[in-house]
Design a protein around this ligand. Structure first.
Ligand code: PXG
Length: 292
């Protein structure tokens, strides 16, 4: 059976799930989204993802036409319909169908889409040996223009950076903020370890408050690993003992070479490996269960 996609209260086969060409999500990138994962019938950090979705919607004054409880139920039912025990969940809420003008008041009702699909995993080799990444010219959006803490459908800033990385032969890019400080990657947050201390840039300097980022900060605290949010420069990354990226898709992935500089030994570090293990443990136990 074809995968079923939820659109506004009904399920459609993947090939028939559609929105209007007048949907402002398409015309203007006017909408919000989340990327979530389910591990062994548990939806990881669903509450945190829904909180971020609804907060972003609140800021852009987009009314999601269902409560968080109704959204939870719809996500659960979509996973059950598709019989997926391990899944990538894409929740999208667009401004809805309007006219060709910008005015969101013309869109009478937001469109809610829930896609659940098999997860495409990065090759094992990258987790074992680490990624090589580069800094790209495109800087992260200014918080005063389009705050990177908003997870909106306007992802061109990140896509530009991704293109620059792939053109240069790399899979992921470091994005600096307008001041030249390290912000984040195109779809991941970034951490370093130096003198036994874990650090990541504060979100207000131009990063998404990643849910994986937050999980790592909590694990670090439980493990009595010292942690600070602080300003980071490329120099700090080049001279770190360990660097790794975090995100729902990638989970935790070591970075071993940045802009041609080998990071420490050039191999994933002990702290990174320890955090990876604890994170995998957490995904096995933490989450909203949707199947016995
Ligand atoms: N920063 C940005 C800009 C992101 O888009 C993260 C950090 C990590 O956040 P979470 O909450 O997932 O730990 C993201 C996550 C992909 C993909 O295919 C990634 C994201 C969104 C869409 C696709 O890698 N974002």
């Amino acid at each position: 059976m074809e995968l079923q996609v939820y659109v506004d209260g009904k399920w459609y086969p993947k090939s028939e799930a559609k929105v209007s060409v007048f949907d402002h999500g398409l015309l203007y990138g006017d909408g919000v989204f989340e990327g979530i994962r389910a591990y062994n019938n548990l939806i990881f950090k669903l509450k945190e993802h829904l909180d971020r979705l609804y907060e972003t919607a609140h800021t852009i004054m987009l009314e999601i036409p269902m409560s968080k409880e109704e959204m939870t139920k719809a996500v659960v039912e979509t996973l059950q319909t598709n019989g997926l025990s391990n899944a990538y969940i894409r929740l999208v809420v667009t401004r809805g169908t309007g006219d060709l003008g910008l005015d969101p008041r013309k869109c009478k009702r937001a469109t809610v889409i829930i896609i659940t699909d098999k997860i495409v995993l990065y090759p094992d080799e990258l987790y074992k040996n680490g990624l090589e990444i580069i800094t790209v010219p495109t800087v992260r959006n200014l918080p005063e223009a389009l705050n990177p803490q908003l997870k909106t459908l306007n992802y061109l800033n990140n896509i530009m950076a991704k293109i620059e990385a792939t053109n240069a032969g790399y899979q992921e890019a470091i994005m600096l903020n307008f001041q030249g400080y390290v912000a984040e990657c195109t779809g991941d947050n970034i951490f370093l370890v130096k003198k036994g201390e874990l650090a990541t840039p504060p979100a207000y300097l131009g990063a998404l408050k990643g849910i994986t980022r937050n999980a790592i900060i909590e694990i670090a605290s439980a493990q009595k690993l010292s942690f600070k949010e602080r300003i980071l420069t490329r120099h700090d990354l080049f001279n770190a003992e360990e660097v790794f990226l975090t995100g729902t898709a990638a989970e935790i992935i070591p970075a071993v070479k940045i802009d041609g500089r080998v990071i420490a030994s050039g191999k994933p570090g002990q702290t990174t490996l320890r955090l990876m293990k604890a994170f995998h443990q957490l995904t096995k136990s933490d989450g909203v269960r949707y199947k016995a």
